[in-house]
Ligand binder design. Sequence first.
Ligand code: FES
Length: 101
Amino acid sequence: MPRVTFLPDGRTAEVPRGSSILEAAEAAGVDLPHNCGGVCACTTCHVLVEQGFASLSEIEDHEDDKLNEAEGLTARSRLGCQACVEGTDVVVRIPGNRIAS
Ligand code: FES
């Protein structure tokens, strides 16, 4: 199973292929905010992909539209509830200092 690592604290989880970054965060005990409940209606689950961008599912139009509203948008940005791990290991950074636990 692919491993997802969350920076800056380095917590990790192995998750089945097809799991979202948000699901991986929950498995790793990382409190990735998800104010809309994971339905692509906010930007609180925004993450920056540091490794493994090509391992993630393709960005669909609704994610792309919502992502454009994310603070600190970069070319490595994804929404954690929409990006699914389909290949090898992934390393993501939670922007700012939003980890609560
Ligand atoms: S949790 Fe709202 S868009 Fe991901």
